[in-house]
Design a protein around this ligand. Structure first.
Ligand code: BDR
Ligand code: CA
Length: 311
C-alpha cells in the first residue's frame, strides 16, 4: 500500500476523505493524520479528526495537532459552510482516543526523514500551513517527498471565499506559494473538478442505505453540505472536494488534467490567494503541477460507496 499523511481541517468533506482512505487499507496506509486550523479553529479540527478515526474503528491512527494560524495572516474560518463544530449534521460524542503530544510539523518532518526516500505522499485537504512550515524548517525533506496530492485552487470555477480565490489557498497564500514553488511533484484538485463530484440526493441515499454507522454519518454530513450548496449556489448537490484527493490515489484514471504552471497571488488584496493557472500554456513558465479539471463522477461515487461500506 501507498504510505500517506493526511493533513486536514475537518470539515464534513475532509471527514469523508479520511473514511475513504481508512476504508482502503490494501491500497493506502495512513501513517498519521495532522490537523491544521482552517474550516474551524485547530481545537476543533484535531478533535474532529479523532472522531472520524473512532467512527472508522481506527483508534490506532496517530492524530497530531499542528499550526493554529496561517504563516503571516490572521485565520479565516468557514463556519458558514461547515457549521459551528466543523462537522455539523449528526450528533457526535466527544472522542476518547488521545491526541498525540508531538506537534504535527515535527511528525511530518520525522516521518519523511525516517521512511525511505520517495515512499511517502502528503495529502493536504486544508490550508497548507503545516506543510509549508515543515518545508521551511527542514528543507532536507523536500527531495524525500514522493508527491503532494492536494485539494485547493480553481481556474474556470474561480473563487468560493472571494471572487478570485478558493478557501484553502486563500487562508494561507504564503504557505501555498512555498508549496507550489517547492519543486515537489504536485497533483492539484481545484474547484473545477470538485464541483463535478456532487453528492446528489440519490447518491446520499446510497450512503444511508448501507445501514452502517459510517454510512449514516456520511449521509448526514453530505445532507448538511447539500442544503448549504443548494441554497447558496443552486447546485445539484454537495461538492465532495477533499475525497477527490484520496480517490485520485486509488483510481487516477478517473481523473483528467493538464501539466501546467500554477502561481499563487500573495500580495494583491483583490485577488489574494488566486491560483493563476496557465491552462492554455500562454507563458513559457515551466509546469509545476498536474492540475485536474474533470472526473468520472459516477465511478467516483461507486468507489466511495463501496469503500465506506467496508468500515
Ligand atoms: C475546501 O475548503 C473547505 O471548506 C473544504 O473542506 C475543502 O477542503 C473547498 O474550498
Ligand atoms: Ca478541507
Amino acid at each position: 500500500p501507498r504510505k500517506i499523511i493526511i493533513d486536514t481541517d475537518p470539515g464534513q468533506d475532509d471527514a469523508v476523505a479520511i473514511l475513504l482512505a481508512l476504508g482502503s487499507p490494501e491500497d493506502i496506509e495512513v501513517l498519521g493524520i495532522t490537523a491544521v486550523a482552517g474550516n474551524v479553529p485547530l481545537a476543533l479540527t484535531q478533535r474532529n479528526a479523532r472522531i472520524v478515526c473512532e467512527l472508522a474503528g481506527r483508534r490506532d491512527i496517530p492524530v497530531f495537532a499542528g499550526c493554529d494560524r496561517p504563516m503571516q495572516r490572521p485565520l479565516v474560518t468557514a463556519e458558514h459552510v461547515h457549521g459551528k463544530t466543523g462537522l455539523d449534521g449528526p450528533q457526535l460524542a466527544d472522542p476518547t482516543m488521545p491526541l498525540q503530544d508531538m506537534h504535527a510539523v515535527d511528525f511530518i518532518i520525522d516521518t519523511l526523514r525516517r521512511e525511505p526516500p520517495n515512499t511517502v505522499t502528503l495529502c493536504p485537504l486544508g490550508p497548507l500551513t503545516n506543510i509549508a512550515t515543515a518545508l521551511q524548517r527542514a528543507p532536507d525533506i523536500i527531495p524525500r517527498i514522493q508527491e503532494i496530492v492536494l485539494m485547493g485552487g480553481a481556474y474556470f470555477e474561480v473563487g468560493n471565499i472571494t471572487p478570485a480565490a478558493e478557501f484553502n489557498i486563500y487562508v494561507d497564500p504564503q504557505a501555498a506559494d512555498m508549496v507550489f514553488k517547492s519543486g515537489i511533484p504536485l497533483v492539484v484538485m481545484p474547484l473545477d473538478v470538485t464541483h463535478k463530484a456532487l453528492a446528489t440526493a440519490p447518491r446520499i441515499e446510497a450512503f444511508r442505505a448501507l445501514g452502517t454507522e459510517p454510512g449514516r454519518m456520511v449521509a448526514e454530513w453530505t445532507d448538511f453540505f447539500e442544503r448549504f450548496d443548494k441554497q447558496k449556489y443552486g447546485s445539484a448537490g454537495a461538492p465532495l472536494h477533499d475525497p477527490c484527493v484520496i480517490a485520485y490515489l486509488l483510481r487516477p484514471a478517473l481523473f483528467e488534467g493538464r501539466h501546467i504552471n500554477v502561481e499563487i497571488e500573495t500580495t494583491s488584496e483583490l485577488t489574494l490567494g488566486m491560483t493563476v493557472a496557465d491552462w492554455w500554456r500562454v507563458t513559457k513558465r515551466p509546469a509545476n503541477a498536474l492540475f485536474i479539471g474533470a472526473l468520472d463522477a459516477g465511478a467516483f461515487f461507486d468507489l466511495l460507496t463501496e469503500r465506506i461500506a467496508r468500515l
